[in-house]
Design a protein around this ligand. Structure first.
Ligand SMILES: Nc1ncnc2c1ncn2[C@@H]1O[C@H](COP(=O)(O)OP(=O)(O)OP(=O)(O)O)[C@@H](O)[C@H]1O
Length: 330
């Protein structure tokens, strides 16, 4: 076995970040592209040390004409490595990125659930992290959107999504695959500049690298890393503030009615006021609340008695009643 710097790096990362322990069952999501091939190869080589039980999952979105061939390619690789292989095929071709992604995470969770894996592992890299940060930044977001791809995220109560390659760039995974002769399946849609993501990767990042900062990817990923810790802290503080603002109601809240104490909220910083309002709206609205929704509700913290908002999508209305903001769903 060839032992490279990437092997050493990923081993250290898994250990220091406690991404997985010994003897665990890991389901590795393999598209066949350079990132996920690099990932599976690294995990296979570390498997003995950690005594993991690895499985490979592939999702066929039926998006491209070669998607079945792609699935077979991954299946053959799994067989050659003697690793369990699981395939999910979409009932109909999924031709939007968002639909494909949603379906993929559901399909992966279903495979993990049925086969007793607590971890799903993906090959997202530092480059993906930098691109996601830029993408979200341009669409407008708070710190949550800029933390861009976290190391771990619960997919369901029992299943954790883990991304061990977040400190490794796409250039490194490409080199690794070349050095170790891994048969990468080239995704033709990756070059298609119709997709914003691809334009960020193929045009914007190279431009930023050449004109502003040769290490722009790691600089952006570092920003995401810092923000991740800050978001975690803010979310904890938000939870506490919200519980305090709901007072004794916390246990009696139903889905139709909710009230928050304005005096408690008035003492809190704006960042936490907004976050409490966002959390509350996330539970009441069908779609994710936008900036304007959150601002409307936050404004009631200091508004005169009897002020109220116009209806939120779905019909919910918030009104000031003395010390309280009362929210009734539509
Ligand atoms: N068809 C697939 N089958 C299995 N795993 C996949 C597939 N496509 C992507 N993945 C997994 O997801 C990782 C990220 O892939 P990619 O960047 O193409 O997806 P994405 O849609 O941008 O993902 P995300 O929405 O999670 O950021 C891959 O490294 C791989 O682990």
């Amino acid at each position: 076995m060839v032992w490279t710097n990437l092997h050493a790096k990923i081993h250290r990362t898994i250990k220091s970040r406690q991404l997985f322990g010994h003897n665990q069952r890991l389901l590795v999501a393999v598209s066949g592209g350079q990132d996920s091939l690099c990932l599976i190869k690294l995990l296979l080589d570390l498997q003995l040390k950690w005594r993991w039980n690895l499985g490979i999952a592939h999702c066929d979105h039926r998006w491209r004409s070669d998607s079945e061939a792609n699935a077979n390619h991954v299946k053959n690789l799994a067989q050659s490595w003697d690793v369990s292989f699981y395939l999910e095929t979409a009932n109909e071709p999924l031709n939007s990125e968002a639909a494909a992604r949603n379906w993929r995470y559901q399909a992966l969770s279903a495979i993990a659930q049925a086969n007793n894996y607590q971890y799903i592992v993906t090959g997202h890299t530092q480059s993906d992290r930098a691109e996601t940060l830029l993408y979200n930044l341009m669409r407008g977001t708070g710190a949550d959107g800029l933390q861009a791809l976290t190391w771990q995220r619960p997919l369901t109560k029992e299943i954790m999504l883990v991304r061990p390659l977040l400190e490794i760039t796409r250039t490194q995974t490409e080199q690794f695959c070349q050095e170790l002769n891994l048969p990468v399946w080239e995704d033709s849609t990756n070059q298609d500049l119709k997709y914003a993501r691809n334009r960020i990767r193929e045009e914007l990042i190279p431009y930023l690298r050449e004109s502003f900062n040769p290490n722009v990817e790691s600089a952006l990923a570092q920003t995401a890393e810092l923000l991740q810790a800050e978001v975690e802290y803010l979310e904890k503080a938000t939870q506490q503030l919200r519980e305090e603002a709901m007072g004794e109601n916390i246990n009696t809240v139903d889905n139709h009615y909710l009230r928050l104490n304005r005096r408690v909220l008035q003492k809190a910083p704006l960042a936490l006021q907004r976050r409490v309002m966002r959390q509350v709206l996330q539970e009441i609205l069908v779609d994710a609340p936008n900036f304007e929704h959150i601002e409307k509700l936050t404004a009631l913290i200091v508004a005169p008695n009897r002020s109220q908002t116009d209806p939120f999508p779905g019909g919910a209305i918030a009104q000031v009643q003395d010390d309280w903001i009362c929210l009734r769903s539509g």
